[in-house]
Design a binder for this molecule. Structure first.
Ligand SMILES: [Zn+2]
Length: 211
């Protein structure tokens, strides 16, 4: 397995969401977020890696929105938060639109990674804070990591194969999912069930063992 590489971009600015592409009267499409993207790129430039990341990528987004004045008390206490001011940001813009802005902005430069297609894992958060902040972590992740996620959360392991131990060929006992290749648990109590399933599917070794 290759050592994992990552890039951290950490800039103090209010997070921005993606604006929809527009059509001009003459039919051209333009990106109304372009100037915002260029501004972000200037801020992110010090974090550009020597070489763009390759392979599968995990992106983690931390967005901190500068608190509005109404979160603070007034007068000489205006630097103090009101007791009920939230930490969690639950107003517009939607998290997914903010993620999309930064994903598109980074993808456009090609300096951080080659293509948006590489991103196969996204995590994002949005909060309120004293000042706006955008912190992004881009990590190369191994295919094994993604396969493990699929195996744990997405595969129903409906098509599996039990392999009994074969001493003469040095084959260990195993129970494998044929869809995701995961080694399924071999628990003492389950072995009978696993054997029955194997027996139904693959035949007659139990009878052979008895004889
Ligand atoms: Zn499976």
């Amino acid at each position: 397995m290759k050592p994992s590489k990552n890039i951290i971009i950490d800039v103090f600015t209010d997070p921005i969401s993606l604006k929809r592409h527009r059509h001009t009267k003459s039919g051209h499409v333009y990106n109304p977020s372009m100037n915002d993207m260029k501004d972000f790129y200037l801020m992110a430039k010090p974090f550009v890696p020597k070489k763009p990341l390759e392979g599968s990528l995990k992106m983690t987004f931390y967005f901190v929105f500068k608190r509005p004045k109404k979160h603070y008390r007034s007068g000489k206490y205006s630097d103090q938060l009101k007791p009920k001011s939230p930490l969690i940001h639950q107003v517009k813009p939607d998290l997914s639109n903010v993620v999309k802005f930064y994903e598109d902005a980074l993808g456009l430069t090609k300096f951080f990674y080659h293509d948006d297609k590489q991103i196969s894992y996204i995590k994002g958060y949005k909060f309120y804070g004293k000042q706006g902040r955008v912190k992004l972590i881009i990590e190369e992740i191994s295919d094994e990591t993604l396969e493990d996620v699929f195996s744990e959360h997405c595969c129903s392991h409906s098509d599996k194969e039990y392999q009994p131990e074969e001493k003469d060929t040095n084959t260990p006992e195993s129970y494998v999912c044929l869809d995701c290749n995961a080694n399924l648990e071999l628990l003492g109590e389950d072995v009978d069930i696993q054997r029955d399933e194997a027996y139904e599917e693959f035949g007659t070794w139990i009878d052979m063992e008895k004889s």
